[in-house]
Design a protein around this ligand. Sequence first.
Ligand code: SAM
Length: 224
Amino acid sequence: MEQLVPFSIEAYAQAHSRPESEVRRALREETERTMEYARMVVGPLEGAFLQMMAQLVGAKRVLEIGMFTGYSALCFAEALPEDGSVLTCEIDEPSAAVGRRYFARSSHGHKITVRMSPALETMRTLAGPFDLIFIDADKINYVNYYRRALDLLAPQGVILIDNVLWSGDVLKQPPPDASTAAIQELNRVVVNDPRVTAVLVTIRDGVLVIRRTKEPEGLMNHAV
Ligand SMILES: C[S@@+](CC[C@H](N)C(=O)[O-])C[C@H]1O[C@@H](n2cnc3c(N)ncnc32)[C@H](O)[C@@H]1O
């Protein structure tokens, strides 16, 4: 993943945002030491953003698609009230095993449930509403995840989708690979969906923030 925001700006923003907890720092450092794709972790700045979003919508039930070693799941758990819950989906057992060890160390870890199966299958079995749904798994399925997430979303809820700038590759035409094409398609689908209003935030690799449209018809998203 390419650094889209200059490193010094990112560091400044991070230094002036809610700090990372000790448990998350240890989890991130172990992930960086031991996991090949450690760059997949959202990190402290985006993590603080996810926590802010959860608290702004007063989230109690969070659904996460793509847990990896559990950093973002722990962000949500820390931001939820004591009776809040995070259901997180993963398919890679070695990654999930790292997460489980840190969930056990955190006083918020008991809020997290891990589902080990392909996320689309898990989503089919779930009943909503979820107050916040964070999509951060295989890009090929992004549109499918988005469509199902909208069925599961609470009326005042928010969907957050990660990596929607894909290191800047979303600008490339034709798309260089299937993942880029899938993210371009997702961004098009969302901005043209009259049921939702979205903003693409340029934190890290881009986060799409989506809520149900509340404006009257004339003010809905325009087509691109
Ligand atoms: C970008 S990482 C998630 C990073 C995590 N949110 C964090 O901040 O630490 C994507 C994860 O999605 C998982 N994944 C890929 N395809 C999946 C699928 N079909 N169902 C569930 N998880 C999947 C991968 O194994 C990987 O661990």
